[in-house]
Structure formats: C-alpha cells, structure tokens
Design a protein around this ligand. Structure first.
Ligand SMILES: Cc1cc2nc3c(=O)[nH]c(=O)nc-3n(C[C@H](O)[C@H](O)[C@H](O)COP(=O)(O)O)c2cc1C
Length: 190
C-alpha cells in the first residue's frame, strides 16, 4: 500500500473480536513506535502492554476497551521532557502522538484495527498499574481485529475539512470555526 492509501485506510475501530494479536505483529507495531521521531530524540514514551484479562479489567475501570485483547498504555516520562524556553511548552504530548500514529498505521498495514484514546481517567491507571508520579499516562492505544471491518476508504471526503479550511499560504487567514471544548461527556466519537 502506498502511504496515502494506508493513511486513508486507517480509521478508529471501536468494536473488536476476541482474536488475540499474534506476537510477531505486536512486535512489528511496537517497533514502528520505537523508530518514531521525538524532540531532541529524547524518546519519552513508556508503553505498558496489557493483554492479561485481569489487567484489561483494570483498564476498563478507566475507559471502555471495546472488547480488545491488547491495550497499550502510552505514558510519557516527565523526567526527559523537552521544554521550549520561550513559552515553557513541553513537547512530550507531541512525541506521544507521533509514536501512537506510527503504531496505528503499522497496525492497519497488518490488518489490525486501533483507536487512540485520550479521555480515560489517568488517576485510575496510575493506581491500578502502580505508575509513579513522574510518568504521565497520556494515551491508550486499543488494538484488535475489527468486528465489522474498517471504515470506507472514501469517507474523508465527508469526514475531513477541505484543505482550504486548514491550510493557508504565506499568511494567517481566519476561517469560520465552531468552537467548543470536547470533554468525555460530550465527545461525538465519529
Ligand atoms: C489525541 C486523540 C485522542 C482521542 N481520544 C479518543 C477517546 O478518548 N475516545 C475515542 O473513542 N476516540 C478518541 N480518539 C479518536 C478520534 O475520535 C478519531 O480519531 C476521530 O474522530 C477521527 O476518526 P478516525 O480515527 O476514524 O479517522 C482520539 C484521537 C486522537 C488523535
């Protein structure tokens, strides 16, 4: 698959079969995350692989796991955070996003579905998985074989803004935008 086709064929999957992900495929997905770029190559990701049913039950307390048999708790180590001196912005969440996206695309290439989740309760995971204070549970990557296949390849015509709404040439141009904050209460998942 050419890259753009792979990118278009990736979609969030929120219903998984009970089939386990084969070890070699899981390793392939983790390897894709390992080679992801990060600010100053600090590699702040710390990934807990959860496959045992009693541990999946623990994740369920923090968020829906959609029947998945394999969940990655992607944390970032604050001790290796890179902070921009001009405004104090930390690049750690960007790093985690890139790692997660590498893994989602690698999974899709192998026919494995995924959904990245940010709206879980980190306090629960911190307790259940004995995660120390300086390690931030940042995202879940919920993996598995989709129960009802992958979304339509052409859906981006409907589900994504046109380039003209998000890209501007040479200068900033305001575009009409409905602004509201999405929380776990009001998130429209699709
Ligand atoms: C940073 C981030 C956080 C997300 N958090 C959640 C979440 O908490 N729950 C969920 O069901 N989906 C979550 N998603 C998935 C998005 O809802 C989804 O990617 C978006 O609606 C586009 O749909 P698609 O992935 O099928 O292309 C998240 C995605 C990203 C990139």
């Amino acid at each position: 698959m050419e890259f753009l086709e792979l990118a278009k064929r990736r979609c969030s999957v929120r219903s998984f079969t009970s089939r386990h992900i084969e070890n070699d495929l899981l390793e392939y997905i983790l390897e894709a995350g390992r080679v992801a770029p990060s600010a100053c190559n600090k590699q702040p990701q710390r990934i807990i692989v959860v496959q045992q049913s009693e541990n999946i039950e623990k994740v369920k307390k923090a968020y829906n796991t959609f029947g998945s048999q394999c969940i990655l708790i992607i944390c970032r180590d604050e001790r290796v955070a890179l902070v921009r001196e001009f405004d104090g912005k930390c690049s750690g969440d960007l790093d985690i996003g890139i790692v997660a996206d590498h893994m989602m695309l690698a999974a899709r290439e192998k026919g494995i579905g995924s959904v990245m989740v940010g709206l879980f309760d980190p306090r629960i995971l911190r307790i259940e998985f004995k995660i120390p204070d300086y390690i931030q549970p940042t995202a879940l990557l919920i993996l598995g074989y989709p129960k009802t296949g992958f979304s339509d390849f052409n859906r981006h015509d409907r589900e994504r803004k046109p380039i003209s709404k998000t890209v501007m040439m040479e200068e900033y141009i305001e575009v009409e935008e409905q602004t509201h904050t999405i929380t776990s209460e009001n998130e429209g998942f699709d």
